[in-house]
Design a protein around this ligand. Structure first.
Ligand code: DOR
Ligand code: ZN
Length: 346
């Protein structure tokens, strides 16, 4: 039985670091294991201009602990008034690696997102020209669509027409949660990929709702039924380079999660690699973990894989990790997969 695995150092292609005291507390949880991450721009106010991204990058870099190395890969938050020239300049200078599109109202801090796709067509055209990837929160937001169907309806009513209009645009469908999303990415022509989170590989909607409501499993897109979870596991462990890791680790303090109307987000940065090794081992696919965490993402973003490696070791006793991370804003609960984990980064 394999109990040691050395892989290229991983990257996280979808991460929420927040800002200020929260950022300073959660950043080491990612930087301990990951070399780089695509940083989500949904701050309040959002990271909209290249000047915003530059300032945010400086704040992140200044907060990296002295004994760790970590490179934030910045993104811009697409609004209906985003200036295509500013986006192109930020890309040309190497500052940004993607633009993030939130349909307005889809999730945390998405109020400045896109309502009318016609208004962002010029930016998207420019992005297609210069090869800048679009990261998509793929859910419709209309109240008449059931929350469990919002990704599937988005594929049909938004993504498909968008890619028809802009066949040259590099699109990453983020945090895929359905077999429909997996099938779309697997079968589509052109430049499309999908990120998959740690938590969507480990939980389905029963974990959130059966036997009591568990707010720390609530995220968006919400976890779907078990058959969809199985489709995600199959995709992640398939070795198809269109699927790679974006944890969507999204810290919220306990008071903001454990309340009558709690925030969406699972905080998985601390134990993501232990979780993933568990999932890949259970699928008989440990040899494919490196592609998912460390190779396919860099290839997608025209970057080299990291030169250094990490080693995962399977122990006989469970991996200890903290239940909560203390932050200046309050405690953040670490994702609990509901069973012990035995793989640790050594
Ligand atoms: O669960 C989520 N949390 N999904 C998102 O899309 C945003 C994120 C956050 O920022 O908290
Ligand atoms: Zn996210």
């Amino acid at each position: 039985m394999t109990d040691t695995l050395t892989i290229r150092r991983p990257d996280d292609w979808h991460l929420h670091l927040r800002d200020g005291a929260m950022m300073r507390a959660v950043l080491p949880e990612t930087a301990r294991h990951f070399a780089r991450a695509i940083i989500m721009p949904n701050l309040v106010p959002p990271v909209v201009t290249s000047a915003d991204a530059l300032a945010y990058r400086d704040r992140i870099t200044a907060a990296v602990p002295a004994d760790m190395s970590f490179t934030p890969l910045m993104t811009l938050y697409l609004t209906e008034t985003t200036d295509p020239d500013d986006v192109a300049a930020a890309h040309a200078s190497g500052l940004i690696h993607a633009v993030k599109l939130y349909p307005a109202g889809a999730t945390t801090n998405s109020a400045s997102g896109v309502r009318d796709f016609a208004k962002v067509q010029p930016v998207l055209e420019r992005m297609a020209e210069i090869g800048l990837p679009l990261c998509l929160h793929g859910e419709v937001t209309t109240a008449d669509v059931d929350i469990f169907d919002r990704e599937q309806v988005f594929l049909e009513t938004v993504l498909h027409p968008l890619r028809d209009r802009l066949p040259g645009l590099k699109v990453t469908l983020e945090h895929v949660t359905t077999s429909h999303g997996v099938d779309y990415i697997t079968q589509a022509d052109g430049d499309i990929a999908g990120t998959i989170t740690t938590h969507h590989l480990m939980i389905n909607r029963n974990h959130i709702l059966a036997g009591g409501i568990r707010p720390h499993y609530y995220c968006l897109p919400v976890a779907k039924r078990a058959t969809h979870q199985q489709a995600l596991i199959a995709a992640a462990t398939s070795g198809n380079p269109r699927f790679f890791l974006g944890t969507d680790s999204a810290p919220h303090t306990d008071p903001n999660k454990e309340t009558a109307c709690g925030c969406a987000g699972c905080f998985t940065a601390t134990n993501t690699l232990s979780c993933l090794a568990h999932v890949f081992e259970a699928a008989g696919a440990l040899d494919r973990l490196e592609g998912f965490t460390s190779l396919f993402g860099p290839a997608r973003y025209d970057l080299s894989p990291n030169a250094d490696t990490i080693t995962l070791t399977k122990g006989v006793t469970p991996v200890p990790y903290p239940a909560k991370i203390a932050t200046g804003e309050g405690p953040v609960t670490v994702f609990d997969p509901g069973h012990p984990l035995y793989w640790r980064v050594s």
